[in-house]
Design a protein around this ligand. Structure first.
Ligand code: PMP
Length: 280
């Protein structure tokens, strides 16, 4: 496989990372994960826009968007992978360890491609989840490399034999450790508004477009853990997990324990987007 680091495309096993890269010391950077289906990017523009926005939010100004597009495009061309994901991260730069920004700030880009397939089994059968306190910082809208709380909370799910951790602040559900969370109650779809408490997922936005097109009523309005437990349907979304039903929360079965009707309709609409049918 071919990967990219600091200006060069190289064979995976030849890539070495500078230990003074601030991504390594501080998680001082931002990233994106872009999905490739049948050799074509899915929602590339949205991901590249968010990368530039995240960078600017942490003071990496004027990130060269066209260069980022070029890196991921070349990576896709150089690797013979039809279905996969591309990870791209931008760190503030390389410099001796010092909290203050280095004077010469040239962002350093790392990117690679993985082969992955659609999570078809979990999209049908659903997953189990746990809930946990969301003690992250207050800039969760930034797709920061700093994922310590996210990995610690994901690990809590793994140890409980579950798949994802649904986070809440003072009883208000924000998002999953690496996903957005939706509930359905009395036919209305609901998810946390896109503010500083969540990452505004690209999949989340695509789901809302599907809801709009299919006349499924929806609200971008936060809900509590109690409302989560009382939901008719729950699903999580992300670039790699797509639209995955949640059938269990904290060992309690959600409704009748199988994928709900609205979730199914959203999955169908999302599928049409992937296959560019635009039939939603
Ligand atoms: N929230 C968090 C905290 C995430 O890490 C992710 C995925 N990286 C998402 C939501 C989903 O975002 P997207 O649909 O853009 O993959």
């Amino acid at each position: 496989k071919i990967s990219y680091y600091n200006g060069e495309f190289k064979n995976d096993d030849e890539v070495t990372v500078d230990y003074n890269d601030r991504a390594f010391y501080f998680g001082d950077g931002v990233y994106e994960v872009v999905r490739v289906y049948n050799n074509e990017f899915f929602t590339l523009e949205e991901h590249m826009d968010r990368l530039v926005r995240s960078a600017s939010e942490i003071g990496i100004d004027n990130l060269d968007r066209s260069r980022m597009v070029e890196i991921v495009t070349q990576l896709n061309e150089k690797n013979n992978i039809d279905n996969g994901s591309i990870y791209i991260q931008v760190s503030r730069g390389i410099g001796k360890r010092n909290h203050a920004y280095p004077l010469d700030k040239s962002p350093v880009v790392l990117a690679y491609m993985n082969e992955i397939s659609r999570p078809t089994a979990q999209m049908e059968d659903g997953i189990s989840t746990i809930t946990a306190d969301d003690y992250r910082w207050l800039k969760c809208h930034v797709k920061s490399l700093n994922l310590l709380a996210n990995v610690m909370e994901k690990e809590r799910a793994v140890r409980a034999g579950a798949h994802e951790t649904i986070l809440h602040r003072d009883g208000v559900v924000t998002e999953g450790s690496s996903t957005n969370v939706f509930i359905v109650k009395d036919g209305v779809l609901r998810t946390h508004p896109a503010d500083n408490m969540i990452l505004n997922g690209i999949t989340r936005l695509e789901v809302l477009k599907v809801a709009e097109a299919r006349n499924i009523p929806y609200e971008e309005k936060a809900f509590t853990v109690d409302e989560l437990m009382d939901a008719d349907e729950i699903f999580i979304t992300s670039t790699t997990q797509e639209v995955t039903p949640v059938t269990e929360v904290d060992k309690k079965t959600v409704a009748n324990g199988s994928k709900g009707e609205v979730t199914h309709a959203i999955q169908e609409g999302f599928d049409e987007k992937i296959h560019k049918l635009n039939l939603v």
